[in-house]
Ligand binder design. Structure first.
Ligand code: NAP
Length: 312
């Protein structure tokens, strides 16, 4: 079975690329199916200030390019496309990209998570026309304008702070009366004169014809509705794990996160490993994703070794 790889890595965020670096350096010649838009959520991020090793911070896309170059340097092979289907019911495992079938003794899954949306028809209609999930990508377009961010976690606060570079005012709209964000980030936002907080407020509708012109809001304590004229809405309300490919094949928790066992990266199928945000709903940091990618590669290498040992 010469066409059977030792390991296929699905997903190319910090978890997948770190797994690739380790697997490549262990001579496993990994095949990474990196997705059409490779690099994961850090591709949509501005400065990363908390990844160890960068005193002055680094831009998310630059960090991802560096990790990818490092994985390539040790011989990782890349397929820049999405996986359409997998079959983990028998070994070798099978992974399809369109009609192309890849087979492998082991698989590392690092498919990450995707931004949640408010699920309003008007939000979908105006996505890319003022509704965005990526402040880095789109903040520049709203120079000098009033814009809004919805959410109350670290993402929302980070985006609101970043967007004050461009916007005249950033309206931070949160459904409760206190932030979920960490104290240091919340304090930074509170001290930023360009951020206006709207507590206990929900977005009922994104207004505008062809582009965002405002938001229909309701104050949940008074029930009073209002209109807020803004040129953009940045949605920053959390994430869903990208695990639908594995439904019915691997054990997932009630929120769709991949289940791993015994403090390892082993999933419910021997030889399939999980790492990064598709597993982790607690820490969700680039550095913890990278760490778990390293763990997955080591678990995978040891498992492959045990299989070879067993075959002798
Ligand atoms: P999160 O912590 O889950 O926060 C999501 C926020 O959106 C919450 O405030 C939530 O409100 C609100 N929300 C959820 N669904 C909503 C809906 N349908 N309508 C309105 N509001 C809604 O997500 P996150 O901010 O993306 O952060 C995820 C993780 O990444 C966290 O662990 C965070 O610490 C980390 N993170 C760290 C940094 C950093 O350190 N630089 C930056 C970004 C993210 P409730 O509060 O009412 O639940």
């Amino acid at each position: 079975m010469s066409d059977v790889r030792d390991v296929i890595i699905i997903g190319s965020g910090p978890a997948g690329l770190t797994a690739a670096i380790y697997a490549a350096r262990a001579n496993l010649a990994p095949l990474m199916i990196e997705g059409v838009t490779w690099g994961g959520q850090l591709q949509l991020t501005t400065e990363v200030e908390n990844f160890p090793g960068f005193v002055d911070g680094i831009m998310g896309p630059e960090l991802m390019q560096t990790l990818r170059d490092q994985a390539a340097r040790f011989g990782t092979e890349f397929v820049t496309d999405n996986v359409d289907r997998v079959d983990f019911s028998a070994r070798p495992f099978r992974v399809w990209v369109g009609d192309r079938e890849f087979r492998s003794h082991s698989v590392i899954i690092s498919t990450g998570a995707t931004a949640k949306m408010l699920d309003l028809p008007s939000e979908q209609r105006l996505l890319g026309h003022g509704v965005s999930t990526c402040a880095t990508c789109d903040g520049f377009f709203f120079r000098g304008q009033e814009i809004a961010v919805v959410g109350g976690g670290d993402s929302a606060v980070e985006e609101a702070n970043f967007l004050t570079r461009f916007a005249s005012t950033v309206h931070l709209i949160h459904r409760r009366d206190s932030l979920r964000a960490s104290k240091i980030m919340a304090d930074r936002a509170a001290a930023n004169p360009k951020i206006t907080f709207h507590w206990n407020t929900v977005v009922d509708e994104v207004l505008g014809d062809g582009r965002v012109e405002g938001l229909a809001l309701t104050d949940t304590t008074t029930g009073v509705s209002s209109t807020l004229p803004v040129g953009a809405l940045f949605v920053a309300i959390g994430h869903d794990p990208n695990s639908s490919l594995f439904t019915g094949q691997l054990a997932l928790d009630e929120n769709g996160y991949l289940l791993t066992s015994g403090g390892s990266t082993s999933t419910s199928i021997e030889g399939v490993f999980g790492s990064g945000d598709v597993v982790d709903h607690v820490y969700r940091q680039a550095i913890t994703a990278a760490g778990s990618g390293c763990q997955a590669a080591i678990d995978c290498e040891r498992w492959l070794e045990s299989q070879h040992a067993g075959a002798h």
